[in-house]
Every structure is written in C-alpha cells, then in structure tokens.
Design a protein around this ligand. Sequence first.
Ligand code: OGA
Ligand code: ZN
Length: 376
Amino acid sequence: MSLTLHIRPALGSNDRVDIVVNNGAGGETVIHPIWLRERCSLPESLDALTQQRLFEPPELPLDLAIISARLPEPDKLEVGFSDGHRSVYAVSALLDEIAGKDGIYARLKPRLWDATLDPVPSADWRRLEDPAALADMLEQYVAHGFVLLRNVPTTPGTVLEVGVRFGQVRTTNFGALFDVKSKPDADDLAYTGLALAPHTDNPYREPVPGIQLLHCLANEAPGGDSTLVDGFAVAAELERRDPQGYAMLARTPVRYRYCDATTELVAWQTPIEHDAHGDIVAIHHSPRLDFAPLLPPAELDVYYRARRALSELLTSPRFEVRFRLEPGDLELFDNRRVLHGRTAFDGKQGNRHLQGCYIDRDGPENLYRVLRRSKS
Ligand code: OGA
Ligand code: ZN
C-alpha cells in the first residue's frame, strides 16, 4: 500500500490547515501538529551531528496548530506553525516513518523457513570487508534469523572478534566467551555430550541474550550435529492448528530459573512474545527450565496441551535444519527467533569444541543502517 500526503483547509477553521496521509484504500490520517513540529530538523531544532533535539517537545503549546502548508516540490513540505515556527520536511522521510519502513527489520520481512531451506544462508567471513558482501550477509541474517559464516580462523577466541564485528558482546555469568565441550561437573547441560533439543538460550536472563554465536574449533567426535528451527514458522503453524493454545502461550508469564553455586537468575517471559503491535517478536523455549504459574486446572490443561504441541512441532523433522559444523564454521542466530540444538556426541571418541558468545540484538541492524547511509 502506498501512502500519499495532501494539504487541505482544516474543518471548521479558516486559518488552519490539515496535512493528511492517505493510504490509497480510502483510509486517511490527519497529522497532529506537535507530531510534525517535533520532527523539525532545521539547525535551530536539531544538532546536526548527533541528530538530538535542541528543544523540549513537552514544552510545545498543546494547542499548536498548522497555519500554512505547501508542497513547492513533490518531496518538500513547507509548514508554518501557530507559534511562529516555520519548518521544511522531506515528504518521503515522513511517509517512510509512518509506513514503518525505516529500519532493516521493517524493510526486510522475515522469511519463514522449514527443513526444506536450501541452501542454508551462509557467507565467507574473509569477504566481509567488502560492503556489498556484508550487506548481503546482513540481509540473509535478517530474513532467516541466522547465517553460517565459513572460513573463520580456528584460533581460540576468534568468536569474540566476530562478535564485535556485528555488535556489543554481552558478558554473562558464563563469561564473555564460553567453551562448549563436555567436561566433568558441567554447570550447564550444554557442557556434556547429551543431545540438546531445540531451545533458546538463557530465558532466565534479563535481557535475554539477543544473538548467539557458536564457532566450531574441532568436531571430531561421532555425533554432535547442529540443529536449527525457525521459531516464528513453528509459532505460525501452532496458531493455525490451535489458536486457543497459541493465545495461552502468548499471554501466560512463565518463570525461568537458573541456579548454580554462585548464580541465581530468575525471569518471567511468555513463551511466545508479541510486541505492542501484536506481532510475534520472540519465542522463549527451554523445557528444562520453565515453571508455569499455578492456574486453574482447565487453563493449565490448555497451557500444557499447547506446550506439548509447540515442543512436538519444534522437534519435528518438518521444521528442523540439520548440518555439521566443521572447524572454521560459525553459526550466528537470533536467540529470540531461531532455536538451536545438537545431537548427542561421544566425547571419549574425539574432540568436539565450540566457542560461543552473545551479542546484543540491535548490532546487525545498526551496521546495516550505517552501510546504507554511506551508500546514499
Ligand atoms: C549452547 C548449545 C549447542 C552445541 O551452548 O547453548 O546449545 O552444538 N550448544 O553444542
Ligand atoms: Zn544453547
């Protein structure tokens, strides 16, 4: 749907004008004068370098009005306000913001995937100095929620170099970097040879780690293949099959808890998380760590049925992409969308060693925006 902007006299007033956005399907929205005024980007309103405002919008008159407006050029809107301020706007920038098109996640819709995803989105780490290759990698990541990087040097610690390339590394009680290999007295089941069903990491943490990186240094043990599942695709399927159960998982806060000798982390999350628009933004699933509240039995019936259905879909071959990480491969995935797991391995028959770290979720979007800015 494409938006257009129009100017017309305000209803019931001779000295005011309305600036109206039409959605092309008969819908229209009148732009509030304060909304427009606080987007003024003239040098007296906005610091050119930081793009931060040089005035206090809450102090604007609440009865501010638009007294004149014209479009001297198709992309240029000139506006006079009732407090004497005059400003000028790029129409395309206003409409992009109104349409929610400003930003990589808004611009590039998630592409839901299942086991048929082929090829697996991947990029050559050595080529990412090239801005075009980097932009392509970021677009693949945003569309699928993950990407596999190849040819990452197997020097221990490199995962942190890759992490800082894409965002801020988030240190946790496991350290900035964690080694994933089987060890005695493991403080997490990840550090055993057990199979790990698809899960999201650390739902007990606030904030939940945004993006996880797992870098393979050695994979000589039998087993230990990696699995990924698109949580958004599974959630969409669950909603289709069992709307009542889906709604229950989207509104029931569940307690997640992690505890060891020095740490006790507790956070409440709905297993399916929506944003203020009602769109899915996250899935939290770690079946060894979730504790539903004591609801009336009929409600818990719905909850447990839905949890089982979700778990069955998440572990079904229909949705699971399975591959083997080779030394030098690094999987980078959105821990709020893509669930990860592994098959069991026998650490006595060979070495399996991954190094991991978390980075904040906004890093790739930031990088992508800056890349696009330098292009235009
Ligand atoms: C983890 C994890 C998967 C693997 O460390 O969080 O899930 O392949 N590891 O060992
Ligand atoms: Zn994990």
